[in-house]
Every structure is written in structure tokens, then in C-alpha cells.
Design a protein around this ligand. Sequence first.
Ligand code: KIV
Ligand code: NA
Length: 271
Amino acid sequence: RPAVSLPRLRDMAARGEKITMLTCYDATFAQVLDGAGVDVLLVGDSLGNVVQGEKSTLPVTLEHMAYHTACVARAKKAAWLIADMPFGAYEASPQQAFAAATALMRAGAQMVKLEGAGPIVETVRFLVDRGIPVCAHLGLTPQRVHALGGFKVQGRDDGGAAQLKADARALAEAGAAMLVLELVPSALAREITEALPGLMTIGIGAGVGTSGQVLVLHDMLGLTSGKKPRFVRDFTLEPGSGTVLPTAQAVARYVADVKAQAFPDETQHGY
Ligand code: KIV
Ligand code: NA
């Protein structure tokens, strides 16, 4: 398949074709996900949880992110590759963020993702003006889990929803091409997506009204222990029949169901 590029992704969003994204941290999965037709691979700092066994994403360093980005970059073919900027590597200044972004781009990232708005808006503009494609991240931003008081749905009250809308607009105006919306009411995520056609929104626990979807790989393969968040579906289990799908087929099912807007299902996975 032809390489996924920023213009191709923009074209998909404009045509209403849902963008498929999954997290990926190593070469073997990069090859499987790319082969199954996933549009975007995200080297998420969720690797702190699912690879390193940490309780949050806070201990993940820039060196860890660059290492896993390089592992994925060596094996992927057509998919677009995004790397997370880890906690502490970008918040201090636009200059600090630029240095971190260059390390991730050298490792093979085609776009970097950072969490939040406020002072981060200026940083987004600084990076975009210097040729670095940026994905923003609003709603539940795991690097701020302690400040937010836990993993809770964001933007539920009128004040929170208005702030989220204003933040999304500011990030789009600063040049962010993409925005992950995590744990946001479905109606709000749809409203933001429709209000900002130049911004590709990617939802996780944000309903079906976004430009695309993302899940943590280990969650959608049913490998994560403990309480499963409402927005997760185990794609290795064929609905109804109970048949267990091999990994590559489970990933292909995710791609097909996101494209067909059969995932997420509002009654099961939405807020
Ligand atoms: O780190 C991660 O996996 C993420 C996604 C959940 C969006 O940021
Ligand atoms: Na992340």
C-alpha cells in the first residue's frame, strides 16, 4: 500500500474516512500492524505502563521514547509514525521541546505528540514553524494524572467543555494537525471535530464522531490485566461466536470496524 502521509491523512479526514491508529512499541508489532493496514502507529508513553510495568507514564524518559521509536521505525513500511514527547521533556520551554522533538524525529518519528494547552500552545507553534508536524492531546492527559486527581472523564460540566473547545481551537490555530481526545463525552468530541475541520481528531473513549480512533495495543489484544476501561474492546474475541482471532486478524478487525464506524459503539463504549 502507498505510504501514509500528512496530505493523505488530511484527505481521509476530509472525505469522512475514519483514521485508524494503534500504539506500537517494537519491530514485531510494527510489522504486524502495518501489514494489517493500520494508518498510524503511535509510540505512546503508555509504554511506561504496558512495557515497563510502571504505574503511570511519568517515569518514561526521552531516551526510552527514542529507543522504542527507532525499534518501530525500522520495521514499519507504509504507516505514519507518531512518537509521544514524555513528561518533563517539553514543558519548560519551546526550545526544550524542539530539542526533544529532534531526538524523536531522528529516531524515525514523522510527528510528535504532546499533552495539554495553555503554555503548550506557544510550543506547538514553535515546533510547527520549524517543520515538525504536531499532534496535540486534550481531555484526560495521563502525564497530569496527579493534578487531575485520577483517570476521570474530562469536559463533563459546562466550564470544562468550554475550556476544552477553546483549547482545541487554540492548538489548531497554532498549527497542530492532529488532536487526540481522551475520555471526553462523545457529543463534545463530535462538536470539536465539526467546529475545526482543519484539525484531525483521534478519539480514545470519545465516541464515534471524531476523525479517527486510537487504542493501546495491549488493551485491544486483551492482554491487559485488571479492570478494563469502558472504552476498550478486546478485538481477539469475535462478538457472538466467542471465536478467538489470531493477532493479525484481530488488528484487521479493529481496522475494519473503525472504518465501518462499528467501533466504538456508543451504547457500550461512549460517555
Ligand atoms: O501513550 C499513549 O498510548 C497515548 C494514547 C492512549 C493516545 O497517548
Ligand atoms: Na501518551
